[in-house]
Design a protein around this ligand. Structure first.
Ligand code: NDP
Length: 300
């Protein structure tokens, strides 16, 4: 069999961002409105700092108003809730994102619930979760990573996933569960696997569509992959890369990419697969929110 197609998330994300940018310009010209995105981060986790910086940068690139709130690790829950309240009330802000994870002394669920549903561009608010779970994703903000992964799957397979068996490895509220809901809504037959799943390799081998969202470097081996499967690797893991020099590291996914190439029909690389799609979908959600604030919908 020939080598798997490399799914270019970076190129797809660039096309989405270009469309967002054009629609943001249209909103400005027609309604005098500029989409506004506020991102808040508490503490100094280096990976989170990088994510927040790139989200803010991309928002500026899209022509959005972009606010970055960098709060000290000791910030209290009440202070963070106060910031969320102010952003909820600010008519120039259409999207609010609080970067997770939050320090242990802050109840992340409480903070997410405090974000106004119509500004919850991360799609984590219970109302958005409920809309997706009841097949009403079109009315919701869908979490950015699964939304982006779904676009890549549809690009490869098409809109109708009936008859396809999908396995999602990982059941987090951020990735695994909403991913499974979206696949189900597209008529795939879905299995969710996790750390307590027996015979994980065997379960993975049943998948026509395999989504890995675990956070364990290269855990999914080539021989876990059904011949011809579409593999979406959400994992982002930093591992030592002594071949690049002392102390150097590199990013890998949850799937052993080189092994998977000989089995899958298509696979997302890490980096350059799902990651860029996540940021693009955040921009798309913020654009939708701004249009809705003006009583309209963007063209898609
Ligand atoms: P979580 O840690 O919240 O969830 C990980 C899931 O993997 C859990 O459901 C866990 O099971 C399961 N798991 C852990 N170990 C095993 C195992 N040995 N076998 C089977 N299942 C296992 O992570 P997230 O969902 O937040 O993120 C997953 C990965 O995706 C991470 O690498 C993260 O960095 C990446 N990510 C990438 C994004 C992107 O934009 N590309 C965005 C968000 C995340 P259990 O529930 O039983 O503990």
């Amino acid at each position: 069999m020939s080598e798997a197609k490399r799914i270019d998330g970076k190129a797809t994300a660039a096309r989405i961002v270009a469309r967002v940018k054009a629609e943001a310009e249209r909103l400005r010209a027609e309604a005098g409105m500029r989409p506004g995105l506020a991102v808040a981060i508490v503490g100094e986790d280096p990976a989170s700092q990088v994510y927040v910086a790139s989200k803010a940068r991309m928002a500026e690139e899209c022509g959005f108003r972009s606010e970055r709130h960098v709060l000290a690790a000791e910030t209290s829950e009440a202070e963070l809730l106060g910031l969320v309240e102010r952003l909820n009330a600010d008519p120039t802000i259409h999207g609010i994102l609080v970067q997770l994870p939050l320090p242990k002394h802050i109840d992340a669920g409480k903070v997410i619930r405090a974000i106004a549903v119509e500004k919850d561009v991360d799609g984590f608010h219970l109302t958005n979760v409920g809309l997706i779970g009841t097949g009403q994703a079109a009315a919701a903000f869908v979490p950015c990573t699964p939304a982006g992964a779904m676009i890549l799957i549809r690009d490869v397979i098409g809109d109708d996933l009936s008859g396809r068996r999908a396995v999602v490895v990982g059941r987090s509220n951020i990735v695994g569960k909403p991913m499974a809901q979206l696949l189900l809504a597209a008529d795939a037959t879905v299995t969710i696997a996790h750390s307590r799943t027996a015979d994980l390799a065997e379960v993975c081998r049943t998948a026509d569509i395999l989504v890995a969202a675990v956070g364990r470097p290269q855990m999914i081996r080539g021989d876990w992959i059904r011949q011809g499967a579409v593999v979406i690797d959400v994992g982002v893991n930093r591992i030592p890369a002594p071949e690049r020099g002392e102390g150097r590291t590199r990013l890998v996914g949850d799937v052993a990419y080189d092994e998977a190439l000989g089995r899958a029909s298509a696979i997302t690389p890490v980096p350059g697969g799902v990651g860029p799609m996540t940021i693009a979908m955040l921009m798309a959600n913020t654009l939708v929110s701004a249009f809705r604030a003006g009583g309209q919908e963007p063209s898609r």
